[in-house]
Design a protein. Structure first.
Lengths: 258, 258
C-alpha cells in the first residue's frame, strides 16, 4: 500500500456483505488504503454494545478478489469491530473511520440505538476522525449511487480539516436522486422519539411473546434539525459527541438538598 | 396498591436475580409501589441495544413471595425491559425509573457501554424521571448496604424536584463503608477511556479467537469529574443527556466548504 494515501477503516452494522458497505468501500478505495472490519451478520440496533462474556472471531476474507481493500469478518458488534481493528489488525492508527452506509435512518434519537453510529463514536473515543453514513431506505436494493459525490466531499473536508477530539459526524441522506438533493445542511439532532407498539403473539407451545415495533414521532418544529433537512431534500450532518454530561443542569443540581 | 404512593419501575442489566437489583427493590419498596421488569440473564455492556430481529418473552415471576413488588423477567436487553414495561405491563406512566444497582462502575466513558444507564436513558426518552445507580465493586458479594441511605436521599429529591426533559442521573458509589463516604458531589463525566487488550487464543478446532479486555485510563485531572469524586470518597452524580449534538461545533462546521 502507498503510505502517502490515508489509511481508512470501514465498518457498518448491517454486516460485511450488505450493499451499503460495498458502496462505501468502493468510494473509499478512490481516496485511500482501505481496511474493512465489519460484522459477519446484521447487528442493527445494537447501540454501543460490546462483547465481554463471549469469544470474538475475526477472520480475513475475500469478497471481491479484484478490489484492493483488505477485509475481515468479525463475530462481534460494530463497536467490537472498531476495537479489534485498531488493536489487532491495523498496524497504525487509521486516518479516518467511516461506518455505513446504513440501510435506514440514523437521524434524531435513532443515533442512540444505532450500531452504525456507535462504531463511529467508538472510533472517536479512540481519537480517530470518524463519520457515520446512513440512507433513508431500509431496502436491500436501496440506491446508494446518489450518496457517493456527497460522501467524497465530506470525507475530503474531514481529511483536510480534521475533527476536534470528542466530535464525530452523523450524516444522513434522503431517499432521492442526486439531482433532487438540494445540498448539505449542518444540523442539530431533532427532538423526536419512537412510540412503541408491541405485537403480542402466542408461540406453538402456548407461550406469549412479543415483537417490538413502533412509530417514529417528530415533535420538533425547528428548521435547524436533521429531520427538517431530510424532509426538505437536504443531506443532514450532525456533529455528535460522547460527553453525555448535561452541563447546563449542573448548577441547578448543586442547589438540591442532598 | 395505594395510588398515592409513587409508581416506581425498577430494572438493571445484571439480571433480575442479581444482588444489586434485590437491594434496590428493597429500598424502593419503602418509597412507593414497585414493578420490576428486568433481564432474565446478565446483559452487561449491552449499551442501548434493542431487540428488533428476535422475539421477546416477558413473564411474571415471583422471586420473593413475602415482598410487595410485582416482578417480570424479560428475555431482552435493559432498554427492551423499559419499553415493554411502559407499553405492555404498567397501566400508567411510572413516576420514577431506577436502574441498578450495577455491580461495577458506570462512571466516565463507561456510561456509553452501560446497559444500566441505557435503561435509565430510555426511560428519560419516554419522559420518565430516571436514575442509574452503580457500585464500584464487580463482586456478586458486593456490599450494597452503604449505598441505601444515599439512594433514599437522591430519590426523595428527584420525586420532589423532578428532572427536566432530556436529563437523567448517573449515580456511582465508591466501594466504601457508609461512615467512610464523605458525601455526594455533582460532577461532569471524566474524559477517560479504555486501552483495549485482546487476549488471542486458539480453540480446540485450531481456529483463533479473542477475549476483549482492557485497562481503564483516566487522563482527566479535573476535580469536578466523577472519577475525582469517586477516588476521593464521594458519591458521584452526573446529569446525563441524550441530545448527542455537539452544539459547540455547529458554527465551525458551517464554515467548511461542503
Amino acid at each position: 500500500m502507498n503510505s502517502e494515501r490515508p489509511l481508512i477503516l470501514v465498518t457498518n452494522d448491517d454486516g460485511i456483505t450488505a450493499p451499503g458497505i460495498r458502496a462505501l468501500i468502493e468510494v473509499m478505495n478512490e481516496i485511500g488504503d482501505v481496511y474493512v472490519v465489519a460484522p459477519d451478520s446484521p447487528q442493527s440496533a445494537m447501540g454501543h454494545a460490546i462483547t465481554i462474556n463471549n469469544t470474538l472471531y475475526c477472520d480475513k476474507i475475500i469478497i471481491d478478489a479484484d478490489a484492493p481493500q483488505k477485509e475481515f469478518s468479525c463475530s462481534g458488534t460494530p463497536v467490537d469491530c472498531v476495537k479489534i481493528a485498531t488493536h489487532e489488525i491495523l498496524t497504525r492508527k487509521p486516518d479516518l473511520c467511516v461506518s455505513g452506509i446504513n440501510h435506514g435512518s440514523n437521524s434524531a434519537i435513532n443515533v442512540i440505538y444505532s450500531g452504525t453510529m456507535s462504531a463511529a463514536v467508538e472510533a472517536g473515543i479512540e481519537g480517530i476522525p470518524a463519520i457515520g453514513f446512513s440512507l433513508l431506505d431500509f431496502s436491500m436494493n436501496a440506491n446508494f449511487e446518489p450518496t457517493k459525490p456527497f460522501i467524497k466531499r465530506i470525507v475530503a473536508n474531514v481529511l483536510q480539516n480534521g475533527l476536534p477530539k470528542g466530535v464525530v459526524l452523523n450524516v444522513n441522506f434522503p431517499k432521492l436522486e442526486e439531482d433532487q438533493i438540494k445540498g448539505m445542511k449542518i444540523c442539530r439532532q431533532a427532538n423526536a422519539h419512537w412510540e412503541e407498539e408491541f405485537d403480542k403473539r402466542t408461540n406453538p407451545m402456548g407461550r406469549d411473546y412479543y415483537w417490538l415495533s413502533g412509530k417514529f414521532v417528530n415533535s420538533d418544529k425547528g428548521e435547524d434539525t436533521d429531520e427538517w433537512a431530510l424532509a426538505n431534500g437536504y443531506v443532514s450532518i450532525v456533529p455528535t459527541q460522547f460527553d453525555l454530561t448535561a452541563h447546563h443542569y449542573i448548577q441547578e443540581l448543586n442547589s438540591w438538598e442532598l
